[in-house]
Design a protein around this ligand. Structure first.
Ligand code: AMP
Length: 120
């Protein structure tokens, strides 16, 4: 692994297995290995490695749009768009980010409840 490589880079290159459920020219979607909801899919950019949301440059704005549109397309395709879903991007320590390769979580498949700091 190079300094800029990540676990998700290995999934992109098919060096480690993942359940890939979505792919287009720019985005790969695969099932989270430790799902937090009945549907939990991670969407990552295929061609640009951005470690965190805080590292995004203005000229990379479209990349986030592509992740969001991929998640929306997947939700429609899988038939839960009308029921609803949540997308999350964790950024660094307080959000619990563990993989430093920008990714969008898509959570769905049941009412998701409140989110944020427990007890608030
Ligand atoms: P984050 O905490 O936002 O950095 O999210 C990283 C996510 O990657 C977590 O939800 C993990 O469960 C998930 N994850 C870690 N390893 C794998 C893997 N090999 N395949 C799929 N998902 C993974």
């Amino acid at each position: 692994m190079t300094q800029n490589d990540t676990l998700f880079g290995k999934i992109l290159r098919r060096e480690i297995p993942a359940t890939i459920v979505y792919e287009d020219d720019d985005v790969l979607g695969f099932k989270d290995i430790a799902p937090q909801a009945p549907v939990h899919v991670l969407f990552i950019p295929k061609h640009v490695l951005v470690p965190t949301m805080d590292d995004l440059l203005p000229e990379q704005a479209a990349l986030v749009g592509k992740l969001v549109l991929a998640a929306a397309e997947y939700a429609r395709r899988e038939g839960f768009a009308q029921d609803g879903y949540r997308v999350v991007i964790n950024c660094r320590e307080h959000a619990g980010q563990t993989v430093f390769h920008l990714h969008l979580h898509l959570l769905a498949g049941a009412p998701l409840g409140h989110f944020g700091v427990p007890g608030r």
